[in-house]
Design a protein around this ligand. Sequence first.
Ligand SMILES: [Fe+2]
Length: 423
Amino acid sequence: MAAPAPRARPGCPGTLPPHGPGVPPVCLAAAPRPSRCGLWASVLASVCPSVAPKPPLLPSLAELRYGSTVMRLDFVWLRDHCRSASCYNAKTKQRSLDTASVDLGIQPQAVRVDETTLFLTWPDGHVTRYGLEWLARNSYEGQKQQVMHPRILWNAEIYQQAQVPSIDCRSFLETDEGLKEFLQNFLLYGIAFVENVTPTKEDTEILAKRISIIRETIYGRMWYFTSDFSRGDTAYTKLALDRHTDTTYFQEPCGIQVFHCLKHEGTGGRTLLVDGFHAAERVLRQAPEHFELLAKVPLKHEYVENMGGCHNHMIGVGPVLNVYPWNNELYLIRYNNYDRAVFNTVPHDVVRRWYRAHRALTAELRRPDNELWVKLKPGKVLFVDNWRVLHGREAFTGYRQLCGCYLTRDDVLNTARLLGLQA
Ligand SMILES: [Fe+2]
């Protein structure tokens, strides 16, 4: 690790005068500075006599540098995250400490830092130790520099050149290596294939259950359809379907969709796949104000069905682009022009700007070079990340049978984590 030169805040002496009864100076800039890590820490400038209002504020946090990460750690946070056996169950990663019992003005009586560890002694004598590497990773500043979900964004050419292999059904079902390779591909690209599957609904279900609990919805557990107009949704026709994500009209859109074409005697019907995150990323680079608006403005999606015995009225609310606010990382795109409901969640002076932003994203999503067309065949099962990759299809003729299901997202990610993947 590089050793940045220790530095004190300008005007901040090595030690601070006492700033409250029983509160010793805790400016860690004065602490011995290990040469290997080159770490330093100090109480924030707010307590430095040269810049602090008078009377000086009590310090509320510690400033700590580890490698290239400068962390500002609130004392309440440092008390709350204590990893000692009485405060935390390391096996289950569950907190034992009652956070509500922590004084919000808490300050440590003593603070010490060595090459690898921060030690804090609290007013009741309790001692908290933090590994600096852990702090760097888990601090806000550390999280801002990390991605939750490593991904490879793609257009058709990038995906094709990557030559991502399909996983053989037996390997997928019977070996951890096969399953792990499949999940790694799925996490990176948002789509993945299993081949040599017996083309039945039952075998497709066995496949799905290998990685997740099946999410039962208004369409049932395993859905099975032909173009028989048996349901109200456009999917149950032979018409072309423009790119979209499914179940935008659920408060929590389905995480993963499984497709298996069991039979097709006719022409057309290729499946269209578009990486929504790749398109959104391009919008971010070209017009960040569009991206920001799409990430901020909530809108409604709606589905009304009154057909046969099916009576449903679903409404889902959320922005088109959903990002983690601390690092602006996309985690969900909700894009379905068919199911977008009345747009009435912003005042008139935002409406036109939102349409411009939506148009910019749509233009990206419709770029021919972003379109990956695949012909689904019996035996080849496609898994699609419905929070990232849009799907559509061209019109078709003839008899076509398709089956599939939705999976609960948490359980797919759970399986991936248990295999050692970052998910
Ligand atoms: Fe769909």
